[in-house]
Every structure is written in C-alpha cells, then in structure tokens.
Ligand binder design. Structure first.
Ligand code: 5CA
Ligand code: ZN
Length: 484
C-alpha cells in the first residue's frame, strides 16, 4: 500500500474525508492523491506520476478505446523525436505549436546538427513516412493510431490529467483517404467512436464544430467533444480534425488514381488524452471518493467478511464466493486485512469499487449476502445465482450513473437570447447562444460574454432566432462556456 500523503496515516480508522465537491478544485486534487490516481509532486511542473492504482484504471479505459478502434485501425508506434526540418515544413502547424515545443539541442556535450523536437503531436513525424508508404489507390484508406506520450510547453496554469506538459497517454489516430468527402465521413466515424467511448464511461457530452479561429493548426475544420465538469466549466476531451490536403501538399503525399493520375490525399486526425480520466473521476466521484463504472474498475467486486461467531466458516464462504466470481471473469478482491469492516468500506468506497459484498454469519444462515452498490443501493441477495445478480446490478449501476450524470449535464446547459444572459449562464454552466456565424459577431461574443465559444452544436436543428450580437435572423447557435 502506498502512503500517498500525510493525511492517509489516519485513514485506517476513519473515513478519509474529501473536501465538499462544491469546492471542486480542492476536491479534485485531494481525490487524485487519496484515491491514488496520480501524484503531482514530481519535480517537473506539468508532469505527473501514475500511481499503480490510477494506472490500472487508465489501462482499462484505454482498453475500451483500443476495442473501439481496432476493428478498422492499425496500432503502431512512431519515434518521439522529430527533426527540425520536418517539423518546420507546415507553416500553419508551426504557427500553432511553435511556442509549445521542447527542443533537444545536444547529444551529450556535442551540439546536434539538426535540432530535434519532442513531439507535441505527431503529424510531422508520421506524414513523411506516409509519403513513402502510400503509392496507389489500393493503399487507401489508411487508418493508424498510436498511444504515446507527447510534450507541450503549456503556458496556461497546468493541472494533473487536464493540462499537462507531458501528456502520457495521447491517443492519436491518423487516416488517409482518396477524397475530401471520404475524409469528412471519417471525421463522423471518429466522433461516433468517441461517443460510444464516453457512453461506456457513462459520461454525457457536447459535440460541436469549433469556430474557425479555434480549429487545429492546419485543419479545414475541427469537431470537438466536451464534458461539463462539476463546476460548470467545460473540458475538451476529444477532437477530430479534417486536415483536407494541407499536409498532403506540404509532405507530398500522393497516390496514383485508377485512371493513372497522381492525386493529393485527404487526411484526418483525431485525439484523446488522459483528460478522459479527469472527466470520468470528476463527473462520477463524490465526497467518499471515486465512483467507477463497472467496465473500467480495476476491482469490480470487493468481499468484506464480517468476522463474528465462526470466523473460519465465514472466511471459507467468502473464499468460495471469490473463486466463483473470479471464474466468471469478475475482478474480485477478498479483503482479509485486519481493519474493521467500517474502515474497509471507506477504503473501497474511496477506490470507487462498484459493488461490495458483506458476508457475515447471519447472511450465511439465510443463504444471502448483503450487496452494496457504490451509488448507495443496498440489498440482500441470495448466494444462489449470485453471478447473474451481480451482472444485473452492474448494468443497473451503469444506467444509474449515466442518468445521474445526464441530469446534472442537462441542468447545466441553458438557451439564452442575449449577451447579458450568456454572461450569467456561463458563470454556472454552458450557454446556447443564437449566433449568425459571422466571425466578427463571434469575437464580439467572446469578448463581451468573457467566455469561450465552443462552436456550433452538431446533429441538432434550431428554429430561427436573432443573433445575440447583430440581431440578424438565423438558425445558427453556438455553445459558450468557461473552458478548462
Ligand atoms: N493531432 C491532433 C489530433 S490527435 C491533436 O493534437 N489534437 S489536439 O491538439 O486537439 O489534442 C487532442 C486532445 O488532447 C485534445 O482534444 C485534448 O482533449 C487533449 N489535450 C490537448 N492538450 C492537452 C494537455 N496539455 N494536457 C492534457 N490533454 C491535452
Ligand atoms: Zn451576428
């Protein structure tokens, strides 16, 4: 057991109390340490250490991403270092990342002839290779992804999992297509895979098209997924970019079409980072700690023996349950440590374990166990058919978590008509603002509302309304929020 901070010395006997979730920032930082997700004390700003327990959650979460991408993407790995000449080829891209790049300038005591960039993202590492790999239409579409660390010298306030200088778990997918339209379809596919991913985490989200001034450097357009955090600020937890042929031109990525013509490819890229874990723990967690959906919990069921009366008998029954569940593929732990049951409850609640089974002499007499779900539901369940009962509870927990999160999400999004209303609403959540789509009106909105434009909601239609700035009638809307 890792001692994560000075307070945890006392946590054996008492409930490790987190700050109220209303003080979200304090709650978040305490939770990361007390539940042993990441340790922010590493002596380089913006770089965190995964505790083994946090890493176990991350492994499960990224297994879901892999499961969703693997049917039609190939996982791969490119080098971390990018030669300056390759990095400096694409002007728009340089402009976007110039201030964020770490450079390697020497090998030992010898200055390098060509400086090497630590990838802030890997377009400029991957696309020179795509030029070599792609010859003809038969090589398309090409879809690859890698899960790697990337480095960004962020100048805004850094935060564990949210704004890092070393992003440890950057999942970046890069696809290549024969036409612009096919690439546009791929962006939709990316968004639907990400949507499924966040549904698996029981997280509601917004999908919007970023305004032109906030798109990815070098992209034709950017579609983004945002989660509303408990304090009403939004966290961008995934983006899909249509790159058009911008990089294809720069890196000369062409293919021979069926008629023998050489054509430029169209490309997309889409990414997710450990921000998904920040969203997961922030939305579902409570003052007792983490609340994890069944599918990503390192421990899905914990068995706590209530050692009264015939202790050996109780333990024997617990062990039998443990092996039964384990054989059914459930990640189960039997807690035989010598803490009191109450202390064990607190400990496993902090770890977000979805289901706790309490087994005591009286339960055994009745042929039941006491099942407590992390969202509070508690009941006696017959030992006969326990595996099925647990699966049903796991499904119900998933639904309950999603419903609770959805209610909160919906309560934080409000349609407004004016700049004043937008300003008030973005203090507590997300404002849906009528916007004619003009760039000038957009900039005016951001300045006057003092919040960011997330952009146009996707897959929704709205009736005509007056633009909050110029009064022009249009069906256009934009989400506005204070962003992490
Ligand atoms: N090459 C593209 C697609 S892979 C790209 O780099 N897109 S990005 O810049 O939008 O990054 C992808 C996602 O990574 C973002 O949507 C955001 O969720 C996450 N991200 C970006 N910067 C950071 C950071 N400093 N710390 C943690 N996550 C980050
Ligand atoms: Zn307008």
């Amino acid at each position: 057991m890792i001692i994560s901070n000075s307070k945890s010395k006392a946590k054996d006997s008492k409930q490790a109390k987190l700050p109220a979730k209303e003080s979200f920032s304090e709650w978040y930082h305490e939770l990361l340490m007390t539940a042993e997700i990441v340790d922010n004390r590493y002596p380089v700003k913006g770089m965190c250490v995964w505790f083994p327990f946090g890493f176990a959650i991350k492994k499960n979460v990224y297994a879901v991403i892999r499961e969703l991408l693997d049917p039609d993407h190939q996982e791969t790995q490119f080098p971390l270092l990018i030669p300056e000449n390759e990095f400096m080829k694409e002007a728009q891209h340089i402009k976007g990342f110039e201030e964020e790049v770490y450079w390697v300038t020497s090998g030992g005591t010898s200055p390098l002839e060509v400086k090497l960039a630590l990838r802030p993202t890997s377009e400029t590492a991957i696309y020179p290779m795509f030029k070599l790999w792609i010859r003809s239409h038969a090589d398309l579409p090409l879809r690859i992804y890698q899960i790697v660390n990337t480095f960004r010298y962020e100048t805004k306030h850094t935060r564990p999992l949210i704004r890092l200088r070393e992003i440890t778990s950057f999942k970046e997918a890069h696809t290549v297509h024969a036409t612009w339209e096919e690439a546009a379809e791929q962006v939709e596919v990316a968004i639907s895979r990400y949507s499924e991913f966040y549904r698996r985490l029981a997280l509601p989200f917004l999908v919007s098209r970023r305004p032109s001034w906030d798109k990815f450097p070098g992209a034709d357009y950017t579609t983004a997924i945002d989660v509303i955090m408990p304090d009403g600020k939004t966290l961008q937890v995934g983006t899909a970019h249509h790159l058009g042929s911008t990089f294809a031109k720069t890196y000369e990525i062409t293919y021979e079409a069926e008629n023998g013509e050489q054509k430029l490819v169209s490309q997309t890229c889409y990414g997710i980072s450990e921000r998904c874990i920040a969203a997961l723990i922030s939305v579902h967690g409570d003052e007792k700690g983490l609340v994890l959906p069944w599918g990503v919990a390192p421990t899905q069921v914990v068995i706590v023996p209530i050692l009264l009366g015939d202790k050996e008998k109780v333990l024997a029954v617990c062990r039998e349950l443990q092996s039964k569940l384990s054989a059914a593929g459930v990640a189960v732990q039997l807690d035989t440590s010598d803490e009191r049951p109450g202390a064990k409850f607190y400990k496993w609640e902090m770890k977000g374990v979805p289901i706790r089974l309490e087994v005591g002499p009286r339960d055994i007499e009745k042929g039941v166990v006491t099942l407590a779900r992390r969202d509070g539901a508690k009941k006696a369940v017959p030992m006969e058919g326990l595996v099925e009962a647990i699966r049903k509870e796991a499904d119900e927990l998933q639904t309950a978590l999603f419903e609770r999160a959805k209610q909160l999400h919906e309560s934080k999004v409000k349609e407004v008509a004016s700049i004043e209303q937008a300003k008030a609403q973005t203090q507590v959540g997300v404002a849906l603002v009528p916007w004619c789509g003009e760039v000038d009106c957009g900039h005016h909105l951001e300045e006057q509302v003092e919040a960011n434009m997330l952009g146009e909601p996707q897959y929704q239609n709205f009736p005509e309304a007056k633009c909050a700035v110029c009064d022009k009638l249009s069906k256009g809307r934009t989400y506005m929020a204070r962003q992490y």
